[in-house]
Design a protein around this ligand. Structure first.
Ligand SMILES: CC(C)(COP(=O)(O)OP(=O)(O)OC[C@H]1O[C@@H](n2cnc3c(N)ncnc32)[C@H](O)[C@@H]1OP(=O)(O)O)[C@@H](O)C(=O)NCCC(=O)NCCS
Length: 156
């Protein structure tokens, strides 16, 4: 598995395949709250955003197993991170998150923030293992089902 940053410079054919694969995972994982393909196109042209794909490449097939999106302003924010459901628990999420940490640090961010459903044990476990700590809570932040968000922070 290799991690690829998708940018406006990515070759058009490769870009189309990668974004199609990402959009499929996005829909499967987030359903109605999905980001949507057009939004990913915008992200790759936004100088503050880093879109990373985890790619399992063989000679003729490109399969994306996960993706992550980081926004770096003064601080950085993990906008999303997801791994295909059949490919979880193989270290892909951790690798993606570690790459986001490296990118935030190299872009000069002091902290990385993120929001996560308080019931999302896999994600919270992964972030804690990487050094994120709970910084606060947003009451009733999520809908369907309604739930608090934990705000987590990593100090770069
Ligand atoms: C969160 C997510 C990205 C993790 O991806 P992953 O590739 O399965 O994670 P990894 O295999 O790298 O696991 C890293 C660590 O996270 C924790 N973790 C991952 N899945 C877990 C689970 N089901 N239960 C408990 N801890 C878990 C463990 O500490 C794990 O380390 P270990 O396997 O050595 O014990 C994945 O579960 C996912 O896509 N979830 C749906 C989308 C989502 O919730 N995104 C986060 C929104 S903020």
């Amino acid at each position: 598995m290799e991690l690829i940053e998708i940018t406006g410079e990515t070759e058009a054919g490769k870009l189309r395949v990668l974004l199609e694969e990402i959009a499929k995972i996005d829909t499967a994982v987030f359903g109605e709250s999905r980001w949507g393909r057009e939004a990913f196109y915008e992200n790759i042209h936004n100088p503050y955003d880093h879109l990373i794909a985890a790619v399992e490449a063989s000679e003729d097939v490109t399969e994306v197993s996960g993706y992550a999106l980081l926004r770096v302003l003064q601080d950085a924010e993990v906008i999303m991170i997801a791994v295909k459901s059949g490919m979880r628990r193989q270290g892909t999420g951790r690798k993606l998150a570690k790459r986001l940490i490296e990118l935030a640090a190299s872009d000069g961010a002091e902290s990385i923030f993120l929001e996560v459903r308080e019931s999302n044990i896999p994600a919270i476990g992964m972030y804690e293992e990487l050094g994120f700590t709970v910084f606060g809570r947003r009451k009733g932040y999520y809908n369907s089902p309604r739930e608090d968000a934990l705000i987590m922070r990593y100090i770069c």
